[in-house]
Design a protein around this ligand. Structure first.
Ligand SMILES: *[C@@H]1O[C@H](CO)[C@@H](O)[C@H](O)[C@H]1NC(C)=O
Length: 702
């Protein structure tokens, strides 16, 4: 008799089980599960996959499809109420593609496997084999072994919500989402610290380092005898901290609606507010809106008064927090500032101008800046000087005149002068003070900005290696993002009409360039000249004379120019118009301050932050060209000379789309380039991006 190794048998059994469960799939999928989940049972990530239910069907456990994405998260939600309210989710930083499986396995517990079988998430480490799972009417999913010993429960790994009958021990963490629709880890936490305090705090992303608390339960005890031991959400819907002497410190108001007829939940929202909600179980006539029982902290903007001044606060640096009618925070950038990440309205704001003693070059502050007044506003941790006694007028003018000062706050008889970044910004109607914020007049001077940033970053070395790195990084990032987005590609909008593309006469362009007098550069597709036209924001344009272009394909030329003209992205150089007269074919772009090449190989070396920002910019531009714009465009000639930089060092890709234009009459070389769909084409195009740049850099990097 052959001697099978124990593991082999297990393995064999396991596969048999898999095969069996495959065969049984239709019946398993539709089976009434009554809360119980057997080993081998699974749910597929698809639009209408049947979830697992708790016995009363109060809760369902299945896949939640992310908005605007073809990605799914394993999640538990209230099944009976109209608005889908998710109380638990997993694998948020690694969402599951369509076709993934959430399965209860004997050897790995509850697992989430991708379509290719790769493990995306699993429920902790299992010491013994899992035998069954159960979704309770409390919204808890539990995995047990054959002796009904608990191996894992979802209540021990909370997402952003706590539910009645859930307990959080010391070091337990509830994390907010990034935004309403983005389930990845956000900036806020509710934690029970080792010292017994239950706190709300912000964290640094992505490192996860916690900043100071903006709310605390005051269950801290120096002598430990009375410190908070655990956070309990009891069956009746009361949330409290239990001290070591069993005393309860309620976070819920004294009286609440009974839990027999009402759902209760405590959710840490993506804006940092920790809210206790209730919803009637009987939804007849209810519109599915959760009532707020309590919001913690009471005024999140004012509580945002953190002593050590680390982290940006509820709103990011340079932002101002105001409370809305639902007692939730709103964040706004002051005038002259804008969001660093436009997709994160609760994040940092950056000044749209550069300010400093060197930039001011001895000019008087009154000439360069004006003051914007903000009532009841303060950034309490950004002081560098206090003047007392002071008058309102003195406070305003002393900041205006001081090149170190970015804002000042006047209250009663005292003036606080502030420096950037302005942190923990808040608008508090009870604060009688007034803030004065300094804003640079008119458009800041681009040339000046350049010098400053280069000075800052001039310590770092630079060589053609860096270009490789930057472009390599950009391409990789592009690839990563593309891979993520590949599944999410939406149907392109067809039939977009001509944009604001202008058709110039050759004569107009001769005039604009003063007879093609000033040559800016020579590339594979033609020569670029400097021109002057009032259609560009700064009156400057780049006119590119295409030299080796096709003859009898006027239609294609126009069509292609239209395709390029329809692109609009902040990391692409904008096409303004074209000229198509006989054999004169020209295109007109906006003209930017410099190229990446001159920037990298110039005397002053940029810093790493700037380098990564530029790489990210290039990646975004490429992603847009490859995946997001109406017609897929492949560049084929990415190199530092083709990356332009604007006054704010935003990378802008130029010359895109020309490869296709150029190859219109060279079909033997262009078939692969012109392919648009499929993996091979994508890899090919990637090579096309990577290789020309590499060779060009090594051949004529400087
Ligand atoms: C939950 O806590 C509240 C407040 O301490 C208490 O009145 C209630 O009896 C508790 N309910 C249960 C089921 O323990």
């Amino acid at each position: 008799m052959p001697c099978f190794h124990h593991k082999t048998i297990m393995f064999f059994k396991w596969h048999l089980l898999c095969v069996l469960s495959l065969l049984l799939q239709p019946c398993l999928a539709t089976a009434q599960n009554n809360g119980t989940v057997r080993v081998g049972q699974y749910i597929s990530a698809a639009d209408n996959s049947q979830p697992w239910f708790s016995p009363s069907r109060d809760f369902a456990f299945g896949f939640h499809k992310l908005d605007n994405k073809d990605l799914f998260l394993p999640a538990i939600w209230y099944y009976k109420i109209p608005s889908k309210t998710i109380v638990w989710y997993a694998s948020a930083d690694n969402p599951a593609p369509r076709g993934s499986r959430l399965q209860l396995t004997a050897d790995r517990g509850l697992v989430l496997d991708g379509p290719d079988g790769q493990e995306l998430w699993k429920s902790g480490i299992t010491m013994s084999a899992a035998a069954s799972g159960f979704l309770y009417d409390e919204g808890n999913f539990l995995v047990a072994d054959a002796n009904s010993e608990m191996l894992w429960q979802s209540f021990d790994e909370p997402a952003d919500t706590l539910l009645p009958s859930q307990i959080m021990e010391r070091d337990g963490v509830v994390s907010s989402k990034r935004s309403q629709t983005d389930f990845s880890r956000g900036r806020f936490q509710f934690r029970l610290l080792q010292d017994g305090n239950a706190v709300l705090n912000t964290i640094n992303l992505p490192s996860g380092t916690a900043y100071d608390a903006y709310f605390w339960s005051n269950t801290y005890d120096q002598n430990r005898s009375n410190a908070g031991l655990r956070v309990v959400f009891n069956e009746s819907g009361y949330l409290y901290v239990v001290r070591e002497n069993n005393q309860r410190v309620l976070l819920t108001p004294e009286t609440i609606v009974p839990s027999q007829e009402n759902y209760h939940r405590a959710t840490l929202n993506f804006d940092g507010s920790f809210v206790l909600y209730t919803h009637p179980k009987n939804t007849n006539g209810n519109n599915g809106i959760w009532s707020v029982i309590r919001t913690m902290p009471d005024n999140i903007c004012v509580n945002n008064d953190i002593r050590e001044g680390l982290g940006g606060g509820i709103c990011g640096h340079n932002s101002i927090c105001t409370l809305n009618s639902l007692r939730r925070p709103n964040c706004t950038c002051p005038k002259g500032f804008s969001l660093l990440d436009p997709d994160d309205p609760y994040g940092n704001c950056k000044p749209d101008f550069i300010q400093g003693c060197e930039e001011d070059e001895g000019k008087s502050g009154e000439d360069l800046y004006y003051i914007e007044e903000l009532k009841s506003t303060d950034w309490p941790t950004s002081d560098f000087e206090r003047l007392t006694p002071s008058s309102r007028e003195d406070c305003e003018s002393s900041c205006l005149k001081d090149c170190l000062c970015s804002a000042s706050v006047f209250r009663i008889d005292t003036c606080w002068k502030k420096k950037l970044p302005l942190s923990y910004g808040k608008m508090d109607p009870d604060d009688g003070g007034t803030a004065f914020i300094k804003i640079r007049k008119g458009e800041a001077n681009g040339k000046k900005k350049r010098n400053i940033i280069i000075l800052v970053g001039s310590v770092l070395l630079g060589s053609s290696m860096f270009v490789n790195l930057i472009l390599g990084a950009a391409t990789c990032l592009g690839l990563l993002i593309v891979n993520q987005k590949k599944l999410t590609r939406t149907q392109p909008h067809e039939g977009v009409s001509h944009m604001n593309l202008r058709c110039f006469t050759y004569k107009e362009l001769v005039e604009a360039t003063h007879g093609f007098k000033e040559e800016l550069g020579r590339g594979a597709f033609g020569t670029v000249y400097k021109g002057f036209m009032d259609i560009a924001p700064n009156n400057l344009v780049a006119v590119k004379k295409l030299d080796r272009v096709f003859h009898d394909c006027e239609k294609e030329f126009k069509a292609e120019v239209n395709v390029i003209g329809q692109t609009h992205h902040r990391n692409l150089v904008q096409l303004l118009g074209f000229c198509d007269e006989g054999k004169n074919r020209l295109i007109v772009y906006e003209l930017l301050s410099g190229t990446l090449a001159s920037f990298l190989f110039g005397d002053c070396k940029p810093n790493w932050k700037l380098r990564t920002d530029i790489a990210m910019g290039i990646a975004r531009g490429l992603l847009y060209l490859h995946e997001e714009c109406c017609t897929q465009i492949i560049h084929c000639d990415i190199k530092p000379q083709n990356i332009l930089l604007d006054d704010y060092y935003n990378a802008r890709i130029s010359d895109f789309g020309l490869a296709k234009l150029l190859t219109l009459d060279q079909s033997h070389t262009s078939t692969a380039i012109r392919g648009t769909k499929g993996k091979d084409d994508w890899i090919f195009s990637l090579k096309m991006i990577l290789m020309p740049s590499m060779t060009l850099i090594s051949c004529r990097g400087l």
